[in-house]
Each structure stands twice: as structure tokens, then as C-alpha cells.
Design a binder for this molecule. Structure first.
Ligand SMILES: N[C@H](CCC[C@H](N)C(=O)O)C(=O)O
Length: 271
């Protein structure tokens, strides 16, 4: 295997292995799993391939690979990390950066003065669908509100202990109702804020989920719990993420990204 450089970044503890690539060749699931393994590999919730842009004016393109090797359409925390990495490589400390993703091009705003690593992303429109009920066969059925943030999410407001989340998250994420799987959000809406825990498709429980935070705020607006254009703090286990649903339906996400370490891999970890 040819040695390659990687850059470990995180956004509110949702952590990624950034690798520059010329082509979006498929990464075998076994390789993704080995690289993301937190003991035998580099460790991470996923891999971000940084590719040449396809849109005019874009400064790069991001392809996301989950820790299980699946390829999601979008990743909010990952995009902040990818944009910050590209901005630092290209010497941009402040200003607009357009970045391509598999869910379309995303206008971003970078504020990296004094290395502060703040990135604001126009995540685009979030589609909210009507509530669904899932009978998991062990007690009260669960009600979820589906929302599409480029990738699929289902949000519940039912009180859930950590044991509930560990039991229900994986079963809903892989439920036959969702042929492509789904991310599962457990939300508690408060005044001006949301407490959120996410069981992510292809990863499991993460410290933060950017698309999940956007989807949860959009559902809050649909339910009349959050106002349009109201900037709310989505309190994730890894820290707060600022989300606003604009009156044009676009979710605006503002939060940090951070470079943790870089390295060179000379051989694949044991898979
Ligand atoms: N696991 C997600 C992708 C990563 C989303 C999350 N890390 C974010 O920050 O949006 C999925 O399969 O849709």
C-alpha cells in the first residue's frame, strides 16, 4: 500500500479522518472500518475524502464515509471540518467558501482569525414529513417525525434513558421501514434550545450530529416549538451547535471545527 497523509479533525467531538484524494474511488468497507477503529486504527466516526471541486467557484468537494463503510449523502460536522482544513491549506482565514458535497453545493462562511475555527454553513432546505409510528414489539409504539437534511433522520420527543437510546437507536436506524437506514434523534425541546442525542446511521451513538441538529430544529419549527429565523442552541453531548431555520426554509448551522493531529499511514491497520 502507498503511504498516505491523513488529518484528524473534530466538530464537537464528532471526529473524522481527512484524506485528500484525486478521484472518488470507492473505499472498501473493510478499509473504512480498519481506519476508524479506535484501537487498531486511527480512530474516527468516519472518513472525509477531500476531492477536486465540480462546481465553478467551489474550493473543494467532500465525500463522507461512515465508520461502517457506508456512504451517506451529507455530514454537517464533517463539512465544517473539511472546509476548515481546505481553508487552512489554501490560506483563507475569513470569508465565503463554496464546497461541493453529495447533497449539493453548500455556501460556507469561515472565521478562522487567530485560529478560532468557526464555520457557518447554509445546509440548504430541510424537508419535514408527517409523523410515523413504529411498533418495536416491546411496549408502547414510538412516534417519530421524519426529516431529510440531505441524509435521512427521524426525531422523537419521547423521554428516553441511555438504555432506551442504546436499545431503540440501532433497531430504528436499521428498521425495514427505512430501506436506506436512518439517523435517529432523541430530542427535548426547551425555550430557545434543544437537548439532543443522536444514534447515527452507520456509526452509532456520536457526541454530535450536524445534520441531525438541523433536522431537529426544522421539526421543532413544524411543531410550533421554535420560530422561523430563531437561532437556537442545540445542546449535544459534545457541545452546543447554533442552528437557525431561515424563512426560506434553509437551515443555517454555525459551530467549531478543530485540527487534532496529522500523520502518515504506511500500512493498513488489521481489519
Ligand atoms: N451517519 C450519518 C452521516 C454523518 C452525519 C453527522 N455526523 C453530521 O454531522 O451530520 C448518515 O449516515 O447519514
Amino acid at each position: 500500500m502507498e503511504a498516505f497523509a491523513f488529518h484528524k479533525y473534530e466538530g464537537l467531538g464528532n471526529d473524522f479522518i481527512i484524506v485528500e484524494a484525486d478521484r472518488d474511488d470507492a473505499v472498501p468497507a473493510a478499509v473504512a472500518k480498519a481506519l476508524c477503529d479506535r484501537r487498531f486504527g486511527i480512530g474516527g466516526d468516519g472518513i472525509l475524502l477531500l476531492l477536486p471541486p465540480t462546481s465553478s467557484g467551489a474550493r473543494g468537494r467532500m465525500r463522507v464515509i461512515n465508520a461502517d463503510g457506508s456512504v451517506p449523502e451529507m455530514c454537517g460536522n464533517g463539512l465544517r471540518c473539511a472546509v476548515l482544513y481546505a481553508a487552512r491549506v489554501q490560506g483563507v482565514a475569513e470569508g465565503e467558501i463554496l464546497f461541493d458535497t453529495d447533497a449539493g453545493k453548500k455556501p460556507c462562511l469561515i472565521d478562522d482569525r487567530d485560529g478560532r475555527g468557526l464555520v457557518t454553513v447554509d445546509m440548504g432546505p430541510i424537508r419535514v414529513d408527517d409523523d410515523i409510528t413504529l411498533d418495536l414489539g416491546d411496549g408502547e409504539p414510538w412516534t417519530f417525525t421524519p426529516a431529510d437534511a440531505g441524509n435521512p433522520h427521524v426525531i422523537t420527543t419521547r423521554a428516553a434513558s441511555r438504555a432506551d437510546i442504546d436499545a431503540v437507536g440501532p433497531r430504528v436506524a436499521t428498521h425495514s421501514r427505512f430501506p436506506a437506514g436512518t439517523n435517529v434523534e432523541f430530542a427535548v425541546y426547551r425555550k430557545g434550545a434543544v437537548d439532543l442525542v443522536v444514534w447515527e446511521r452507520g456509526v452509532g451513538l456520536t457526541l454530535a450530529c450536524g445534520t441531525g441538529a438541523c433536522a431537529t430544529v426544522a421539526v421543532g419549527v413544524r411543531k410550533g416549538l421554535i420560530s422561523v429565523n430563531e437561532e437556537v442552541a442545540v445542546n449535544l453531548p459534545g457541545g452546543p451547535l447554533s442552528i437557525k431555520l431561515r424563512d426560506d426554509g434553509h437551515a443555517i448551522m454555525r459551530g467549531p471545527a478543530r485540527h487534532v493531529f496529522s500523520g502518515t499511514l504506511t500500512e493498513l491497520p488489521p481489519g
